[in-house]
Design a protein around this ligand. Structure first.
Ligand SMILES: Cc1cc2nc3c(=O)[nH]c(=O)nc-3n(C[C@H](O)[C@H](O)[C@H](O)COP(=O)(O)O)c2cc1C
Length: 259
């Protein structure tokens, strides 16, 4: 086991890019992905254990909370949580903090990946993809320095009570939205959508792409489709696609990424 471990969920790359930028600077680090059940959950040998996660509908994405409940961390470990969001952090980090107390936490806004809700540049502060990426890299460097120094965040994590109701309703909203997913005639059956889907919600039946009812609305199928053939109904037809410029489908599908 490496000295440092970072558990990361990422739908469209922003969080994995952040985790990699931190890991690169820390060295001796394993990034353990949580798009599926993590390959390792007992990390009691690690000296530093962190989480890099996005905010989805005011809270943690998909099944991440369930996975984190299984993670075993040494009581002596230095712990940290980094949240990425378009505008507000929601209750995700405070949920992690209630399961595994965090010594250090920070939130960085990045492009909005929820394409059916907003165009990607509708983040706080509003900016385009290049600028947002440069800003995220700037913060990654600062955060890595803090983590190296075992810094603590004095400000308490708020319980984000306002986001509780939003997040409780989220799985149903996501599933319903997922039922509007369709691939159009530009589809070349390349397999990208099925490969990038974290819940195995997409399969091919003959010449049709079939979406099941397990969508968590990560939007990766829409954002990574090389033909821009997948849409949530009509609302995303003219919307520009976005995924993190440094992160490929293969990167997202790794179980453990070592530095
Ligand atoms: C389904 C979904 C829901 C989201 N909900 C929120 C939200 O409640 N608040 C927010 O500020 N950003 C929200 N976002 C934006 C993401 O948190 C942000 O784009 C993040 O950088 C995505 O990270 P990723 O590319 O690693 O998945 C949402 C994105 C998605 C796909």
């Amino acid at each position: 086991m490496k000295e440092n471990v970072i558990f990361c969920y990422s739908g469209t790359g922003n969080c994995l890019d952040m985790a990699k930028n931190i890991a690169k600077r820390l060295g001796n680090t394993d990034i353990i992905m949580m798009r599926k059940y993590p390959a390792v959950t007992d990390v009691r040998e690690a000296k530093r254990v962190g989480f890099v996660v996005p905010c989805y509908g005011g809270g943690l994405p998909g099944y991440v909370e369930r996975y984190i409940r299984d993670i075993k961390v040494s009581p002596d470990a230095y712990t940290f949580g980094i949240g990425q969001c378009a505008a507000y952090k929601g209750e995700g980090l405070s949920k992690i903090n209630s399961i595994i107390p965090l010594k250090y936490w920070a939130v960085v806004t990045h492009q909005c990946t929820c394409i059916w809700l907003f165009p990607h540049d509708l983040m706080m502060p509003k900016m385009g993809a290049k600028e947002a990426q440069a800003r995220s890299e700037f913060f990654a460097e600062k955060i890595a320095k803090d983590i190296k120094n075992n810094a603590t965040t004095r400000k308490k994590l708020s319980k984000a009570i306002i986001n509780k109701a939003e997040h409780a309703a989220w799985p149903k909203i996501a599933r319903k939205k997922g039922q509007t997913l369709k691939a159009n005639d530009n589809c070349i059956m390349c397999g990208t959508c099925a490969k990038v889907c974290p819940t195995g919600n997409i399969r091919y039946a003959g010449k049709a792409v079939v979406f099941s009812d397990k969508c968590i609305s990560c939007c990766a199928c829409v954002q990574y489709c090389p033909q821009e053939a997948i849409n949530f109904g009509k609302i995303t037809e003219k919307r520009e696609r976005y995924h993190n410029v440094n992160i490929t489908v293969d990167d997202l599908n790794q179980e453990i990424i070592s530095f």
